[in-house]
Design a protein around this ligand. Structure first.
Ligand code: HEM
Length: 411
């Protein structure tokens, strides 16, 4: 039965819709009445087909698509990150080199290599340094007089530092990398006044920087992750181009996502004081996962059907785009008790904020969970009385559930 409450022209990838709120009532309606719904394209938004897409809103269906890459491809016609001629050098198909846009067996090969940089041991090795960073970031914010923006003062810094630590970017180069990363992810929002030109130029700078790093390590190996990933190409490592694009992807995948999880988490705590009291007293280990469920920083990813197939009772044709709406899956009452309640003790919590569990499941999940834990522990210790000073200003983006500004005062 078609979904009666949704008007013609309704589009879940409309950045103006997501600018104001996550469309939770519409998701609930879709899950109930038309969980796999064809949405004709309205505005040609980056990442989705000009022809429209199937909106998949139930937890079970999002999981099914994610775990069947042979039916739902990540490489066909996918444009998760768009590039222009700045970085489309001859012989490089930029899209193909991004892990997110690969299918098995190519994806399996590259993922096995880059996973070496994300072992529990390498993440644990970062913990002490990241804890010190988190405490320093929070202390600097606390010492400001008057209200401050939690996004720029607290949430932005740790994700960038974490990626820089992981890859081993020297301290002196970090501000340049941070500047490129921020420009690259911001051009979706006109208020930042950053043009697409500047965004893609920044992406090109990151790739060039990383390729340089790779070339240097090949000449002169060191005890670091770059060396592990690139040193000996013939032994099944990344080539310099692949490494360049891998670092670019980390700058996008690990930066804005974690920043928004931290910001939404802070906002959730400030608007649910009982949960903040509970966190300060007990520090439940389940907190970070609930923050990611609640925040769902990545609203959706897409796939393309490789053959005619059935999903949720409808026929998906070969070549059709399929949008996986994690934000909807994470509020599915079939899976979550009281899904619209923020509960940091929720356990189990099989949310899909890090993806639907297939081959593309978030590579940086352990790092993200660590960062979220470290920041909230630091805030609870240093600024237990933090208060909201104004309503949050949201990012205008069709893809990222983001907050641009969250004004708070230390208490
Ligand atoms: C993939 C979410 C943090 C690196 C993904 C996917 C999602 C996601 C939804 C796609 C999964 C799929 O298609 O099935 C998040 C969220 C984060 C976060 C919500 C923070 C709260 C990070 C961090 C890093 C990272 C810190 C690395 C520094 C990646 C990579 C992929 C990925 C490399 C692609 C994996 C592949 O295609 O095989 N993430 N992510 N993410 N994420 Fe994250």
């Amino acid at each position: 039965m078609p979904c009666p409450a949704l008007p013609d022209g309704f589009d879940l990838t409309d950045p103006d819709l997501l600018h104001h709120r996550v469309p939770l009532p519409e998701f609930a309606e879709l899950r109930r009445t038309e969980p796999v719904r064809w949405i004709p394209q309205q505005r040609g938004i980056a990442g989705f087909a000009d022809t429209g897409y199937w909106a998949v809103t139930r937890h079970a269906d999002v999981k099914y698509v994610s775990t069947h890459p042979e039916l739902f491809s990540s490489s066909l016609n996918t444009a998760i990150i768009r590039f222009n001629e700045h970085i489309r050098r001859e012989a490089i198909d930029a899209q193909r080199l991004i892990l997110l846009n690969m299918d098995p067996p190519e994806h399996t090969r590259v993922r096995q290599i880059v996973q070496r940089g994300f072992t529990p041991r390498s993440i644990r090795a970062l913990e002490d340094r990241l804890r010190a960073r988190a405490e320093a970031i929070v202390a600097a914010a606390r010492d400001r007089s008057g209200p401050f923006d939690f996004v720029t003062e607290v949430a932005c810094e740790l994700p960038l530092q974490a990626i820089a630590e992981l890859i081993g970017i020297p301290q002196d180069d970090r501000s340049r990398i941070f500047d490129w990363s921020n420009k690259m992810i911001a051009y979706d929002d006109p208020e930042y006044a950053i043009t697409e030109e500047v965004g893609t130029q920044s992406a090109a700078e990151i790739i060039a920087y990383a390729m340089n790093m790779a070339a240097e390590r090949k000449r002169c190996p060191a005890h670091d992750i770059v060396t592990t990933l690139v040193a000996a190409e013939d032994e099944g490592n990344l080539n310099s181009d692949e490494f360049g694009f891998f670092v670019l992807m980390l700058a996008v995948a690990g930066n804005e996502t974690t920043r928004n999880a931290i910001t939404h988490g802070m906002h959730a705590f400030l608007t649910h004081p009982g949960q903040w009291d509970l966190f300060r007293r007990e520090r439940p280990s389940t907190t970070a996962e609930e923050i990611v469920r609640w925040a769902t920083p990545v609203n959706s990813f897409q796939r393309t059907a490789t053959q005619d197939t059935e999903l949720g009772g409808v026929l998906i044709r070969k070549g059709d785009r399929v949008g996986l709406f994690y934000a909807s899956a994470n509020h599915d009452p079939e899976v979550f008790t009281d899904p619209d309640t923020f509960d940091i003790t929720r356990d189990p919590n099989p949310h899909l904020g890090f993806g639907g569990g297939g081959p593309h499941y978030c590579l940086g999940k352990s790092l993200a969970v660590l960062e979220i834990d470290l920041i909230f522990n630091a805030v609870a210790d240093a600024m237990p009385g933090l208060r909201l000073a104004d309503s949050p200003r949201r990012l205008r983006s069709a893809w990222i559930n983001g907050v641009k500004e969250l004004r708070v005062s230390a208490g």
